[in-house]
Design a protein around this ligand. Structure first.
Ligand SMILES: Cc1ncc(COP(=O)(O)O)c(C=O)c1O
Length: 382
């Protein structure tokens, strides 16, 4: 049998366009000088465009978690009091990072599947909080928080507003300037269609002020040298970057610019609606509050008697398609279908078709074709 690459229906890494792979396979560009300078400028300006901001952007060769850590160490000092709002696994990660650096964390923790509420944040916010940290898209549950409404609460408070949009940016709107976000963090491997390995963040003037007095220890993550290197006539990074990944991300951003941001959001929203219609047509329930907001990843409750881990393992082994299993407390209880990145309608129909087959094989009664037909109906109306 031919061995083809697995198909990623995961919320990251996501499939990467051939143009990006070709760019990554091109001869290496030296990282000091005009060649890489142009790539870095293209990436940085492109990210400003996606985040809808005029604020500075810094990038790091790292996974998304590195970006989260960079935000914490550049903005705060040990002993600073912050409010971490968690609706799942990645909110909990923010708390772990703050704990490691000795911040004093007030933890507004929701049951997994719930969305954060601006009124709760307002109630929890205290005058001495130096920051509010939250996820835009909480990948472990699929929930997309209403960041705009939370921002309205935080905007009138001295606290810095820090938003992890690692699985959100490019998939769901995040208007950094209009909403007043001080630091929004993203990663290359999700809706932006890049390979894993680059994290980046936006930095407001208020965040730069905080950076000047922030005492958390930092070297690699220090924003100041990154900004200084970027401001050279040929922009650079202070330390050797993953040059090929930057070349790939520059190409991915070029493709996104060609598509247009509004069109990319519309594409993701339609794919999301189709997935949701498909799973519901099989009698399955969606997991999480406000599923219509969950445009990046759809979390589905496993029906009685079906183990989500077994289901995703079967689909992977038999059909070469990867769905994401549930994490932590949701292990086995949900499975997740990612619909961000380089995906189009045919891949959604394919994913729903194999879901039907796998559920059938595991003994869950399905009428084959129902999920595919329901998704096709969404596409026909879009
Ligand atoms: C919302 C969110 N935050 C943080 C991360 C961590 O990113 P990474 O795995 O690239 O370190 C992820 C990765 O899935 C994520 O989805």
């Amino acid at each position: 049998m031919l061995k083809k690459p697995e198909i990623l229906m995961t919320p990251g890494p996501t499939p990467v366009p051939p143009e990006v792979l070709l760019a990554q396979g091109s001869p290496i560009v030296y990282h000091r000088g005009p060649g890489f300078g142009e790539v870095l400028r293209h990436v940085t300006e492109g990210l400003q465009w996606v985040f809808e901001t005029k604020n500075d952007i810094v990038t790091f060769t790292s996974s998304g978690s590195g970006g989260m850590e960079a935000a914490v160490v550049n903005l705060f000092s040990p002993g600073d009091k912050v409010l971490v709002v968690s609706v799942g696994n990645f909110g909990n990660r923010f708390k772990k990072i703050c704990d490691v650096y000795g911040l004093e964390v007030d933890f507004l923790e929701y049951e997994w599947g719930k969305t954060a509420k601006a009124a709760d944040v307002q109630k929890a916010l205290k005058p001495d909080h130096r920051g509010v940290l939250i996820q835009h898209s909480e990948t472990s549950t699929g929930v997309v928080n209403d960041i705009e409404s939370v921002a309205k609460v935080v905007r009138d408070h001295p606290a810095l507003f820090v938003v992890d949009s690692i699985s959100g940016v490019g998939g769901a709107p995040i208007k950094v300037d209009a909403w007043g976000i001080d630091c929004a963090i993203g990663g290359s491997q999700k809706a932006l269609m890049g390979s894993p390995g680059i994290s980046f963040m936006t930095i407001s003037p208020k965040a730069w002020e905080a950076n000047k007095v922030a005492k958390c220890p930092r070297f690699y993550w220090d924003w100041a040298p990154v900004k200084k290197s970027y401001e050279r006539p040929d922009p650079e990074t202070p330390y050797t970057p993953a040059v090929h990944l930057y070349m790939g991300l520059a190409e991915a951003i070029r493709l996104l610019r060609d598509e247009g941001l509004a069109n990319a959001f519309a594409r993701h929203a339609i794919l999301s609606r189709a997935v949701k219609a498909g799973v519901k047509a099989l009698g399955l329930d969606l997991f999480g509050e406000d599923p219509e907001r969950a445009v990046c990843v759809t979390a589905v409750k496993c029906p009685e008697g079906i183990d989500g881990d077994k289901l995703t393992a079967l689909i992977r082994a038999k059909y070469g398609i990867i769905f994401a299993p549930g994490q932590d407390a949701l292990k086995g209880k949900i499975f997740r279908i990612g619909h961000i990145g380089y995906l189009e309608r045919s891949e959604i129909l394919q994913a729903l078709a194999v879901l039907e087959l796998a559920l059938d094989e595991l003994g869950y009664p399905v009428k084959r074709g129902d999920a595919v037909a329901a998704a096709e109906e969404v596409f026909a109306q879009a």
